[in-house]
Design a protein around this ligand. Structure first.
Ligand SMILES: [Cu+2]
Length: 155
């Protein structure tokens, strides 16, 4: 995502409880982690691979960035399901809060292709929200399944 001087806050939520806060400074390309409140690493992280994860690693995952464009409003949700983002080609007005929620048993992330922001790994039912306050096209993907790609256009 291009743009100077923007600052965006990403909040990862689990069951409505804030787990932490990431501040992204895209101009510097640096991710700062602030207040990863009590989440720790690997809580509830499954060590065994399930069928879905196997599928993902075998090249599963869909690029939905060229799906029919969906017009969104000020608050939008992108569902991660069956190894795809839906809607995968979402157009929203500037200032929109977008929430990604994982509905797969497999772990997924929503991660800016240029590294400006990253939801972190989301397990089933987990969500992450980000406010987009700069116009532009955001291509993003899942770090665990790089074939999973999607697009967000901030107008
Ligand atoms: Cu994934």
């Amino acid at each position: 995502m291009q743009g100077a001087g923007q600052q965006r806050a990403l909040v990862k939520l689990l069951g409505g409880a804030a787990l932490g806060l990431l501040l992204a400074v895209p101009t510097m390309g640096v991710l700062l982690t602030a207040a990863w409140a009590g989440s720790g690493c690997g809580d509830g992280m499954p060590m065994m691979m399930n069928k879905e994860e196997m599928r993902g690693m075998m090249g599963g995952g869909r690029d939905s960035s060229n799906d029919d464009a969906v017009r969104g409003s000020a608050v939008e949700t992108v569902v991660i399901e069956d190894f795809a983002f839906s809607p995968g080609n979402l157009h929203v007005p500037m200032g929109t809060s977008v929430t990604w929620i994982n509905r797969d048993a497999a772990l997924h992330s929503a991660t800016d292709s240029d590294g400006s922001w990253d939801s972190g790994v989301l397990s089933d039912g987990e969500r992450a929200s980000l406010v987009f306050d700069t116009r532009g096209t955001v291509d993003y993907f899942c770090t665990l399944h790089p074939n999973m790609k999607a697009r967000l256009v901030v107008e």
